[in-house]
Design a binder for this molecule. Sequence first.
Ligand code: AMP
Ligand code: GLY
Length: 425
Amino acid sequence: MKVLILGSGGREHALAWAVKRSERVTEVVCAPGNGGIGQVARCVPVDLKSLDDMIRLAEAEKPGLTIVGPELPLSLGIVDALQERGFRVFGPTKAAAMLESSKGFAKRFLQRHNIPTGNYAICTSAAEVEKAIDLFRAPMVVKADGLAAGKGVLICQSRSEAVEAAKGLFSGNLLGEASQQVLIEEFLEGDEISFLCLADGKHVAPLAPAQDHKRIGEGDTGLNTGGMGVYSTDEMLDPAMKEWILRHIAVPTVYGMASEDTPFCGVLYIGLMMTARGPQVLEFNARFGDPETQAILLRLESDLVEALEACIDGRLSETELRWSPGASACVVASSGGYPGSYKSGFPITGLEAAARVPGVEIFHSGSALKDGELVTAGGRVLGVTATGTSLEEALARAYQALAEIGFEGMYYRRDIGHRALRRTP
Ligand code: AMP
Ligand code: GLY
């Protein structure tokens, strides 16, 4: 079977790597892909902002399975468009992807189905914000309703700061595009966990849990990024807590979507804050996380393609996901300056020596092939990922591999997983 993966980041590289291991797969095509992905898949150009272009590509390639990586094509309705044309696609429909593409939709949905989440108000004008703000205490969170690639969330220390932030979102000064709706949210405190599940419209199957590190600086300081590193261990969630999250959050979400005639088939990424009053939903994503996927798929022992096909066919309950025990970790190497402005085009060295470190896989987020040489081509460049019998071992291997790699301005956090290590007795 030929598999088409839409997307161009580390997540898609990890998906291509995992898909390629399936006995049923004869060819992996990634569109548009990147320099590193080109080592495991045939990369072909596509415009992920254009439904027509993605349809043209599918009709030319005729894949037996298409996997949609990023949120934008999902929110445009690529799954609906390809399904209408008879293609098998893994991912939610446009209506189901609203769990990610509208934070207001997600909050109202959570409330309708009594799924734990923080208090919120949805406002359509600055005047409404000024009225709603009295219901909140500082700090509070102001969010754009729509997709904003992680840039639409502002943590505000006072009511006046929150009102200013909301005005900036409505006017378009903050994101470039004016928000139609802005959310005010209670600020939740605790540990964040990325709880990803496969869903087939009726059933859910949890993936290994993961914890992302969103800030650029060590000690979780500085600006938000797409994610600077992730780790995954079984100990992150004890079995009783995992069961509670499944029963009170994941299953009600999938049942709720089905009961509203927008069944959710794909990856349901539940962003959780583990607060003093229990797990609360921070957000949903309707796709695999990046860099969570890099760490999670390295621990998956069973066949990914088999599991994704079970979702499409509605037989996830008959499918068993098998995970390797122990741990995995992914450390992101980024271009100097990221998440602000940065330069690209620098040669990446040491990749072969790094890949020889036991248990290591290197997934490329932003690289390109220039005159036969891999060069940097993005803010996040590499996700150096490793497994180990313990988190310490996985991290030591990832950092040992990173020590082999170099490019001008290379930056990475040296404290990935440290919060978990401090907690370990
Ligand atoms: P989101 O795009 O909604 O996931 O928000 C991005 C990040 O902002 C989250 O991963 C959290 O770290 C933080 N965040 C979002 N909402 C809240 C909240 N209500 N309380 C505290 N932190 C939040
Ligand atoms: N790592 C966060 C995300 O994929 O949105």
